[in-house]
Write a protein that binds this ligand. Sequence first.
Ligand code: PMP
Length: 458
Amino acid sequence: MLSNSLIELDREHLVHPVISWRGHEETGATVLEKAQGVFVTDSAGHESLDAFAGLWCVNVGYGHESIVEVAAEQMRRLPYATGYFHFSSEPAIRLATRLAELAPGDLNHAFFTLGGSDAVDSAVKLVRAYYNFTDQPEKKHFISLKRGYHGSSSVGSGLTALPVFHEGFDLPLPWQHYISSPYPYRHPEGEDPERVIRDSVAELESKVAELGADKVAAFIAEPIQGSGGVIVPPTGWLKAMRDACHRLDILFIADEVITGFGRTGPMFACEGEEITPDIMTLAKGLTAGYSPMGAVLLSEPFYRTIADNAKANAPVGHGFTYSGHPVSAAVGLEVLRLYTEGGILANGQRSAERFSQRLGELAEHPLVGDVRSRGLLAGIELVTDKTEKTKPPQELGIAKHLAKHGYANGVIFRAFADDVIGLAPPLSITLDEVDLMAERLTKTLNDILDIPEVRDAI
Ligand code: PMP
C-alpha cells in the first residue's frame, strides 16, 4: 500500500534523470528501500544483486557503518564550512592532500565539485582561463570521442557525443568536435590493437590540423568509455593519445569519473598506463555514492599558470557553495581508507579475475557478439549474427527486455539502448557473488532467447 502510494507520488511530482518522461509516467518507479553488501531491496521486498554499483559509483558496496559514523560525527561537529573568503575545513584539506598522494604524477591540486558534470564544466572553464591568461586566447576548441560521456551540464552535454544529450538542446556548441571512438569490435579495418591505436592518433592529428593547431585547447576522453557502451580501447591507447596531445601542444583531460578508484584495477586507469594528464575529473567512487562529491585535479604547471597569471589578488571567478563540503569530504576520506587499508581495492582485483573468466564463458551464448572488460568494468554486446556482427533490429527492443528480465532474475545491470549490457559491480563483490551474478545473467540471456521474435531474428 505504502509502495503504491509512493509510486503514485513519484509519477506526480518527481522528474527523473535521462529517461522518457512520458514513458516513466506509464512504467512507474521501482522504489529502492534498503541495501547491504552488493544487494539492494525494493519496496516490494524483491532483492537484487546490484551489478552496476548504483550508477557505477558504490565501489565499496552498501552498508558500511564506518562511513555512516564519520558523516554523523562531521555533521555534529561542523556540518558546513565554505571554502570562500579563505575559510577551509579539515576534511577538505585532508581529502585534497590524500588525492594528491594517490593521483599519478604532479596532479597536486584539487578543486571540489558536487559530481562529475560540474567537474567537467569546471575543467572546461579553467582551460579557458589557462589560455586567456597565457595570451593564447585563440585556443578555444575542444575535441572529444564519439560515444563519449562527459556529463549533462550545458557545456558537458556537447562534449558528450550521444544523440539524446544533443537533440532538442541546441548542442553541440560550435567549438566542440569529435573523433572516432577506439572501438576494436567495430573498427572498420578490423580489431588489430596497433591499428586501432594508430588510427585514433592519426584522427586526432588530422582534426587538430583541420581546426588549426593554434586554435585547439584540449582533448578530453574517458580511459574506457562508459555510457557510450563500455568501449575498452586496446592497452597503450591512452598513452598514445596522451603523447599525441603533448606533440600537438594541446591539454589532455582524463575523465576518470567512472574509471577512477579501482574500477579498472589500479586506483586510476591513468596509473595503469603510467601517464599523467594535465587535468583529471573524478566523482562517483570518490565518495562511493554515500554523499555527492566530485573533483578536478590540476597538474602543478596548470595550477601555477592560473595562480600566477590571474590579475593580482583578483578572485578566479569559479566556485560553488558546496565546494569541499566537509561532510562529503569526511565520507571521501573514509571511502579512500576502505579502498586501501580496508582491502577493497585488493578484493576488487581478486574478484576481477573471476569476473573476466565468468564473462568469457558468456561469449559462447548465441546472442553475445563481444565481451570486453578491464577490472570490474565490462560490456557485453549483443548481436543476432556473430559472424556479421549484426545489431538486433531496434523494434525487438532488446534493451527493455533485458532490463525487465534481469531485474526479475535478481540482477541489476545497465541495458544500453544499442544492446550492450554494462556491468560495474561493487569492488567488494566476493567470488561467490561473481558466480551468482554470472548465473543470473546467463538465465536472463536465455530468457531473451526464448522470446519468439528474438529467436526468429537469429
Ligand atoms: N563523466 C563521466 C565519464 C561519467 O560517466 C559521468 C556520469 N555517468 C559524468 C562525467 C557526470 O557525472 P555526474 O552524473 O556525477 O554529473
